[in-house]
Design a protein. Sequence first.
Length: 355
Amino acid sequence: MQWFIDVPTRRVIRVLGFALGVVILTVLAWAARDALSVLVIAGFIAMATHRPVSFLASSLPLGGRKLAAALVFLGLGAVATLIIYLIIPLIITQGQELIARIPAYIESLRSGDSIVSQWLLRFDAFTRAESLLVNVFQTIVDSAEITISILGALIRNAIGMLFVVLIGFALVVEGPGRIYSAERLLPIQPRRHFRELRDRVFRAVTGFVNGRLIITTIAAVLTYILLAGLHMPAPLSLAAVIWLTGLIPLIGNTLGAAIVLLVALSQGLFITVILLVYYVCYQQIENNVFDPIIQSRTVHLTPLTVLVSGLVGLMISGFLGALLAVPVGASIRATGDYYFQHRRSRSPMGSSAPG
């Protein structure tokens, strides 16, 4: 028996047109991925700062939203400047001290009788390390291209951040008015759906921001207590490093811990080993307890979804993808939940029969 399915030509054209539109939009989005990244980051910044800006605007005598947004962004800029001011001198001074101590470390390992020293001598690791260091330092000193490329990257990143801040400021000032104007163009029923969906996505993004702030603050406070107890130099600056890098989910604290361990090497191997053990233990606790529980409660995602979202974002777009993966996933989850909930409410199967 043969079965024939009669598909209307109009439906075929509609499906093909939809597929072609998806392909075209994908190509255009890939071509404009840098600009879209700036817009996405600015949008998340605008949503994250919407509540403090609205609260401050309602508290001001004139109720000016522009003034409130300017004060909030100036405050964030002051905090970022303070963190950079604390971090950059520390990295330079401790890096110089670490480089100066490297020959002493190599010599102590060479003259030691430990298993590690014997293993390194057996494979001629000391000679190779010394030659590698000489080549690296000589390359850094002699190569002007490296300096130019670093300066170029810094300038590009600075310009990109400037655009992000300006667009975010414009969105937080004009965004609510534009959204309300667009809502008034919709019929009453779609307007209600749009507002509910908008509120769900907004709660997802703000929940992610609040969750990351809680987690990274815990990590920074614990790091400061430990570093102060070990009499490490500039414990507040190192805690600021942990706080700043901790904003990146999944890998942020690992990156911050690597920076702290590099600084600890200039103070001796004993302190470095203590910090290494602490960070290994804390990383396991955060990744398996703090991060999944807090993020799952603030963005309403399961712990597995949080981990998978961060990993996928990291593979797609590096640090930026890891930073935005969880709020994007939460927004998609909120949109999908609302769609299926609304569809079930309209379905005859979802409504109870009158009894």
